[in-house]
Design a protein around this ligand. Structure first.
Ligand SMILES: *Cc1c(COP(=O)(O)O)cnc(C)c1O
Length: 400
């Protein structure tokens, strides 16, 4: 067998340098990537190994133990840094493990100001896990800048933003939050799961950290659970990498491979999610039995201007309420869908329907939930990339 007579190291350097100049869609494919150094494989091999040979103690090829580093995971982390316009990517066993790492930057007595319309699991880890370690969380409607500022004191360390919010699709002004964070010396973290970097890149808008449940749009095929953080600051990245290794909630190499593969089609999938999202949102809005539709693409959406300024399109996440706003009606609708599958999660190629009050948001007490508008009649759709005619026909029969 003849080895190719090219210096792949030099070749890789050229590619990585060129990647910095690439536009977004090209970066989903090439960002941070280089052909495998051993054989030039286009996709990084799934390095199923826990440890790496050393020639002398401490002398190795940059990898010592797979909790600390794994080449497949490193390839994904470089891709994430590239598509989120960051410098460092860190990946975790799940989105929740990524959030866990961020809160571990804090100490007892520290305070966090968070969006009030929030992913149920995030609310749960804040209130049921970290509150008992002496960290205080304030849940605030972040569209109201004065309400955010009112909660800032000398203990405040972190602003936690999720936008568009889940499930009510409110849009929070990331630039405005970044300027509050800067003025008060706070860290700003943005959960960018719903938008994905195709629609919005918070680091470009002044955030310090981007968090992802890559389980959703980045993976894109409902076949993997994985979380990520993307940072631009070296020191913050070092502190979080320390926590990543010390706590050890890292993803396996096959999971890293699946997300990396998913990212390569992120832009084409997102384009179709957005097109179908608009068609479904407009269909629901004109339906006589639908009372309200939550989708930031409508000009009548209360935060449409902010959405237009910070997002490149409006996505495929939609919530709506039937005019008979009841648990019974919502249950009947979601149970009679055929093309949409009734399931938790979002962001895969297939369309999903969910009932937040009994599914994703069941861990939030009913009074808290209803205060923010997550009523028993609310239905959430993750519009997939099927033919839109089939999606509209399915909703027509379920509503009829
Ligand atoms: C799913 C999700 C999470 C949690 O991620 P996992 O990968 O399920 O642990 C966090 N935030 C948002 C917005 C999510 O949709």
């Amino acid at each position: 067998m003849r080895r190719l007579n090219v210096n792949l190291n030099t070749f890789a350097q050229i590619i990585v340098m060129a990647n910095k100049k690439l536009k977004f869609n090209s970066r989903t494919i090439h960002g941070g990537q280089q052909p495998d150094k051993a054989y030039g494989a286009i996709m990084p091999p799934v390095y199923l190994t826990s440890t790496y040979a050393q020639t002398k103690p401490g002398e190795h090829l940059g990898f010592e133990y797979s909790r600390s580093h794994n080449p497949t995971r490193s390839a994904l982390e470089a891709s994430l840094a590239s598509i989120e316009s960051g410098k460092h990517g860190l990946t975790f066993a799940s989105g929740m493990a990524a959030i866990d790492a961020v809160i571990k930057l804090l100490h007892p007595g520290d305070e966090v100001i968070s969006t009030n319309d929030l992913y149920g699991g995030t609310y749960r880890i804040f209130t049921k896990v970290f509150a008992s370690y002496g960290i205080k969380f304030h849940f605030v409607p972040m569209g109201d800048i004065a309400a955010v500022e009112k909660h800032i004191n000398t203990n405040t360390k972190l602003l936690w933003v999720e936008t568009p919010t889940n499930p009510l699709m409110q849009v929070i002004d990331i630039k405005a939050m970044a300027s509050i964070a800067k003025a008060n010396n706070l860290l700003l973290a943005v959960d960018n799961t719903f938008a994905s970097p195709y629609l919005q890149r918070p680091l470009e808008l002044g955030a310090d950290m981007v968090m992802h449940s890559a389980t959703k749009y980045l993976g894109g095929h409902s076949d993997v659970v994985l979380g990520a953080l993307v940072l631009k600051d070296d020191d913050l990245a070092d502190r979080l990498a320390f926590i990543q290794n010390a706590s050890g909630a890292v993803p396996g190499p096959l999971d890293a491979f699946l997300v990396l593969r998913g990212i390569k089609t992120l832009h084409v999938r997102m384009q179709r999610h957005c097109e179908n999202g608009r068609i479904v949102a407009e269909f629901l809005a004109q339906h006589p039995d639908v009372e309200s539709v939550y989708w930031p693409g409508f000009e009548t959406h209360p935060n449409h201007d902010v959405a237009k300024a910070q997002m490149d399109d409006f996505g495929g996440m939609i919530s709506f309420i039937h005019k008979d706003n009841s648990l019974k009606k919502a249950t009947q609708i979601v149970s009679s869908l055929n093309v949409f599958t009734l399931a938790e999660s979002l962001g895969g190629v297939e369309s999903l329907a969910g009932h937040p009050a009994s599914m994703t948001h069941a861990s939030i007490p009913k009074e808290e939930r209803e205060k923010t508008g997550v009523t028993d009649g609310l239905i959430r759709l993750s519009v997939g990339i099927e033919d839109s005619e089939d999606l509209v026909a399915d909703l027509t029969q379920a509503l009829g």
